[in-house]
Write a protein that binds this ligand. Structure first.
Ligand SMILES: [Zn+2]
Length: 198
């Protein structure tokens, strides 16, 4: 009988220790979760503060199923060395040198990497900055924005949402109706002329 009491006593103590342990563990997990969530929110918020917004720059509308994904070698084969340097390595062409800087034909500007339609000639304007400039993109989900803090500046980088090719940057000194200036490398884009009688 005494033995029985002793066993039961040990069992109760054991259970008590176990349950307090698991409670403590749960508490610490919950604490970590809250902490990582807070950090996540802070990061997004600080990035949001700098990213320039526009209807065509809605990163939530990007169609992830329509992506063009290629290896560096494949891009090298497909693109000219200049296109590779700018589209894939985020380079910048010299100001006032690009083939589309003073281009005024009517039509569509598409990504030189994947053909994704990005801008129309109606959205192009002469900003005087030395690169083709547009006050808007063709549609939401076509152009992706990312915070770019390289070269000691805080800028909003624009990339083709389909192939992630670097296009240029977007600034808040453009004309109405958006007040934006999409500053794009000529080398990052191709032009499709509007056919007559269409
Ligand atoms: Zn593209």
């Amino acid at each position: 009988m005494r033995n029985f009491f002793l066993k039961s006593f040990c069992l109760i103590i054991g259970l008590a220790i176990l349950s307090s342990c698991s409670q403590a563990q749960q508490k610490s997990t919950a604490k970590t979760d809250t902490k990582s969530q807070t950090q996540k929110t802070e990061n997004t918020m600080s990035e949001d503060k700098f990213i320039i917004k526009d209807k065509t720059l809605d990163n939530t509308k990007i169609d992830e199923n329509n992506k063009v994904v290629k290896s560096e070698e494949e891009w090298k084969k497909q693109l000219t060395p200049e296109q590779f340097q700018i589209l894939r390595k985020k380079g910048t062409e010299y100001a006032f040198t690009g083939k589309f800087y003073k281009h005024k034909d009517k039509g569509l500007y598409v990504c030189a990497g994947c053909g994704n339609e990005l801008f129309t000639s109606e959205q192009k304007y002469d900003s005087g900055c030395g690169w083709p400039s547009f006050y808007d993109g063709i549609a939401a989900g076509k152009i992706k924005t990312t915070l770019d803090t390289t070269h000691g500046m805080t800028r909003t980088e624009i990339t083709c949402a389909r192939c992630d090719g670097h296009l240029g940057h977007v600034f808040e000194d453009g004309p109405n109706p958006t007040g934006l200036r999409y500053c794009v490398n000529s080398i990052s884009i191709d032009f499709k002329k509007k056919e007559e009688n269409k």
